[in-house]
Design a protein around this ligand. Structure first.
Ligand SMILES: Nc1ncnc2c1ncn2[C@@H]1O[C@H](COP(=O)(O)OP(=O)(O)OP(=O)(O)O)[C@@H](O)[C@H]1O
Length: 284
C-alpha cells in the first residue's frame, strides 16, 4: 500500500537563488503519525511545509526533480477541493490565516466547509465540533480580527479541522505567541483526534517535544536524522543547529561538574530528568 505522504528526491530552487533549498529530500509519513521536522531559520521549513501541503508547485515555482504524493498520487493529480479535504496547512502568522471574508469566528470556521458545498446542518455540526476542540465557543460571535494572536491561531486550527483533513501541517504554530498562549495552544493541539496525522515544522524544541513522537532533522536541503527525541535531539548536528533543551543544557552542566555520569544520556525534559533521578513529582 502506498504511504500516506511520500516526498521522493525533491529538489527545489527559488528563481534567482544560487542553490536549491530542498536538495534531493526524501521522507515517508504514515497514517496517524505525529512528526516534528526540525531546522534552524531559513533552512526551508516553510518551503517544505508548502510542498507537503500541496501548495507547491505553483506557477513558475516547480521542482527540478522529485515529487510529493499522498496515498501514491502526486499532488498535481488532486483538484483543489479534494486536496483541501485531505490536508490542511496552518502557517506561523495568525492574522495571515484569516480568510478576510468572515464577520465572526463562526463564519470563519464555516468558510471552508461551505466552499465544499456541504449541507448546512453538516457545516454547523463541523463548526460546533471544531469550536469545542479549539476552545472557541465563547468567541463564536467575535470579529476574527479582534482576537488575540493565540486565539487567532486556535481559530486557524479550528478552520483547518472543520475541513476534516486527514493530515494537518503546522508551520511553527507557536512562534508568534507569548509563553502562556504557546502552552495553551500546545495543549489544544495535543488533544486533537488520535487518528489525525500531524506534521509540525519547528525551530523550537519545546513545542516539538510536546507534540511529536518522531523527529526529523532538515539540514542542507535533506533529512539527515530521523528517529525518537533521544536519537535526534542528542544528535550533534541537531545540537549545533538548534541547541539543547533547557533541561538538557542544565544536565550537561551537571555532567561537566561530575554530578551526572558521562556515559548516561542527558534527559531532554523535566519529566525525563525526574525519572532519571528517581524524583517523585511533588503534588499540591
Ligand atoms: N518566494 C521566495 N522567493 C525566493 N526565495 C524565497 C522565497 N521564499 C523563501 N525564500 C528563501 O528560501 C529560504 C528558505 O525559506 P523558508 O521560509 O522555507 O525557511 P524557514 O526554515 O521556514 O525559515 P524561518 O524559520 O525563518 O521561517 C530563505 O533563504 C528564504 O529567503
Amino acid at each position: 500500500m502506498a504511504p500516506l505522504i511520500e516526498v521522493h528526491d525533491l529538489r527545489f530552487r527559488y528563481p534567482l537563488a544560487k542553490a536549491p533549498i530542498l536538495d534531493g529530500l526524501s521522507l515517508v509519513i504514515g497514517e496517524g503519525e505525529r512528526v516534528a521536522i526540525l531546522a534552524p531559520n531559513a533552512a526551508g521549513k516553510t518551503t517544505l511545509a508548502r510542498w507537503l501541503a500541496g501548495h507547491l508547485p505553483d506557477g513558475a515555482l516547480k521542482a527540478e526533480s522529485g515529487f510529493v504524493a499522498m496515498e501514491g498520487r502526486n499532488w498535481s493529480e488532486w483538484d483543489v477541493a479534494e486536496r483541501a479535504a485531505a490536508i490542511q496547512f496552518v502557517g506561523q502568522v495568525p492574522s495571515q490565516q484569516l480568510s478576510g471574508c468572515a464577520f465572526t469566528v463562526y463564519e470563519e470556521i464555516a468558510f471552508g466547509p461551505c466552499n465544499l458545498a456541504l449541507p448546512e446542518a453538516e457545516v454547523r455540526r463541523r463548526v460546533d465540533e471544531a469550536m469545542v476542540v479549539c476552545n472557541l465557543a465563547h468567541l463564536a460571535n467575535r470579529d476574527p480580527f479582534t482576537l488575540s494572536g493565540g486565539e487567532q491561531q486556535r481559530l486557524s486550527i479550528a478552520a483547518a479541522l472543520a475541513m476534516h483533513p486527514r493530515v494537518l501541517v503546522l508551520d511553527e504554530p507557536t512562534s508568534n505567541l507569548d509563553p502562556e498562549s504557546r502552552d495553551d495552544l500546545i495543549a489544544q493541539i495535543d488533544k486533537l483526534p488520535g487518528g489525525l496525522t500531524i506534521i509540525v515544522l519547528e525551530v523550537a524544541l519545546r513545542p516539538s517535544l510536546a507534540l511529536a513522537n518522531r523527529f526529523l532533522l532538515l539540514d542542507g536541503g535533506r533529512i539527515v536524522a530521523d528517529g525518537t527525541a533521544g536519537e535526534v535531539l542528542n544528535d550533534p548536528r541537531c545540537i549545533e543547529a538548534l541547541g539543547m533543551t533547557s533541561i538538557a543544557a542544565a544536565m550537561a552542566g551537571l555532567r561537566d561538574a561530575g554530578a551526572w555520569p558521562g556515559d548516561k544520556a542527558l534527559p531532554l525534559t523535566l519529566a525525563e530528568a525526574r525519572a532519571s533521578l528517581g524524583v517523585q513529582h511533588a503534588r499540591g
